[in-house]
Design a protein around this ligand. Structure first.
Ligand SMILES: [Zn+2]
Length: 314
C-alpha cells in the first residue's frame, strides 16, 4: 500500500508493506518532496511524488492512502485545512484514482494515527481514542473496532471541545477550545506568558528571548530546569482535562497520545496519569484503560496513511 503524508511544508509518499494485525508495517521505499500545502501546486507535488514512487515499485500496490491535517468529509473532499489550504475543495481521491488507477482514500491525519495504533499496538481493542498534540489537537476514534466517522465525516475532533467556556479565542471561531490549552503550541504560549511576567529565566536564556520561546524550549530543559518542569506539568494537567472528557464519554480500552511531544512520552504519560487520578475521579474510577504514548517519527504519518488505505480497501 502507498501512504502519502501531506504536511505543511512537505509531501512524503512511502511504499509500505502491511502484514497482519499486531505486526508493525515496513517502509520499502519513499519519496520526499518539499511543498507548500497552502498553495494549489501541492496537488502536482503529490502526483509527482506518487508517479516517481510507483515507477520504481516492483509490485503494484493495492491502494493509496493520503493523510493530512484538516476536515475531510465522507466522500474524501477536503473541507477545511488551515495548514493545507491548497487542497481545500479538491476531490483528491477521485483525481489520484483517475491518474494512477488505484483505489484511493483521503483522511484526517489523526484518524491515521488511530488506525496505526489500533493495527499495531492494540488490535484486540474494540474502543480506542487517539489524540495528536501538535500545532493543534487532532483526534481519531475507533468504536466497536471501526473508525467512527460521524454523519458528515467530522467525528473525532476533540481539539475543538470547549473546556473553558468563554476562554481563549480559537481560529475555529469558538472560545475555550481544548487545543488552545493542551496543544504543543499552547505549551509554548503558556511559557511565553510566564516569561513575559519575568518567570522561567532559564527557559528564556535557552530560547534567546521571551518572544522566541516555544514548547520545544520547555521540553529541552525538563531534566534540569524546575520552571520547565513546572510549566510542562501544568500543561499535562490541560491534556488530562480533555482526556477526562473523552474517557467519560467513550470509555475506551486504549488511549493513544501521538504528535511531536512523544519524545518525552514516558514523563508525559506519567504526569497525565497523575492529573487524571488526582483531579478527575469520574473519568478513571472503575475504568480500566491503557494509556499509550506512541513514538511517532518522521515516517509515521505516511505509514498511518498507508494503513488507512489498506483498512478502507479491505
Ligand atoms: Zn477551536
Amino acid at each position: 500500500v502507498v501512504g502519502v503524508d501531506v504536511g505543511g511544508t512537505k509531501v512524503l509518499a512511502a511504499s509500505v508493506e502491511v502484514a497482519g494485525v499486531g505486526v508493525a508495517p515496513t517502509v520499502l521505499d519513499r519519496e520526499l518532496e518539499a511543498s507548500r500545502a497552502d498553495t494549489p501546486e501541492v496537488l502536482e507535488r503529490i502526483e509527482g511524488a506518487l508517479a516517481r514512487l510507483l515507477a520504481r515499485a516492483e509490485v503494484s500496490p493495492s491502494a493509496i492512502g493520503v493523510g493530512l491535517a484538516g476536515f475531510v468529509d465522507r466522500s474524501g473532499i477536503v473541507r477545511r485545512a488551515p495548514n493545507a489550504a491548497g487542497l481545500v475543495g479538491a476531490d483528491l481521491a477521485a483525481r489520484l484514482e483517475q491518474r494512477f488507477g488505484l483505489p484511493t482514500f483521503v483522511d484526517n491525519d489523526a484518524n491515521c494515527v488511530a488506525v496505526t495504533a489500533h493495527h499495531t499496538s492494540a488490535p484486540d481493542s474494540s474502543d480506542l481514542v487517539a489524540v495528536t498534540l501538535g500545532t493543534g489537537i487532532g483526534g481519531g476514534l475507533v468504536v466497536g473496532g471501526r473508525l467512527l466517522r460521524g454523519a458528515n465525516g467530522f467525528a473525532g475532533e476533540p481539539g475543538h471541545m470547549v473546556v473553558v467556556e468563554d476562554g481563549l479565542p480559537c481560529p475555529c471561531g469558538q472560545r475555550g477550545c481544548w487545543e488552545r490549552y493542551a496543544s504543543g503550541s499552547a505549551l509554548g504560549e503558556q511559557a511565553r506568558t510566564v516569561a513575559a511576567a519575568g518567570g522561567a529565566p532559564g527557559v528564556v536564556r535557552h530560547a534567546g528571548s521571551v518572544e522566541a520561546v516555544t514548547g520545544a524550549h520547555v521540553t529541552d530543559l525538563l531534566e534540569r530546569d524546575p520552571d520547565a518542569r513546572w510549566l510542562f506539568d501544568a500543561w499535562c494537567g490541560h491534556v488530562a482535562a480533555g482526556l477526562a472528557n473523552l474517557l467519560v464519554l467513550l470509555d475506551p480500552e486504549v488511549v493513544v497520545i501521538g504528535g511531536g511531544l512523544s519524545a518525552h512520552g514516558e514523563l508525559l504519560g506519567r504526569l497525565v496519569t497523575e492529573h487524571l487520578d488526582r483531579r478527575f475521579p469520574a473519568a478513571v474510577q472503575d475504568r480500566e484503560f491503557e494509556l499509550l504514548v506512541t513514538p511517532g517519527g518522521p515516517e509515521a504519518g505516511a505509514v498511518g496513511a498507508a494503513l488507512l488505505g489498506a483498512y478502507q480497501s479491505s
